[in-house]
Design a protein around this ligand. Structure first.
Ligand SMILES: [Zn+2]
Length: 79
């Protein structure tokens, strides 16, 4: 998968986040931090979001298998 595809993928994730109302007040979530985590050796795109209205935190997880080919934040992957 090439970079522009990844950007589209991330864009679609933001679309999902933007179209999800806050479960507390119905406000809009804003992405605070996006990182890649390995869960059972499967890469997940994990996005921490805050409600712009009430500050409620929600974590979105997106299955992102293609990111497997890219260098990850996991620094234990040495030698
Ligand atoms: Zn809220």
């Amino acid at each position: 998968m090439i970079l522009t595809d990844i950007m589209k993928y991330i864009e679609s994730e933001y679309n999902i986040i933007n179209s999800t109302p806050c479960e507390v007040c119905g406000g809009d979530y804003e992405a605070e931090q996006l990182e890649i985590l390995l869960i059972d050796n499967v890469p997940f795109d994990v996005c921490e979001c805050l409600c712009s209205e009430c500050g409620h935190e929600k974590t979105f997880e997106f299955y992102a298998p293609f990111l497997n080919e890219k260098p990850l934040k996991n620094k234990k992957n040495l030698n």
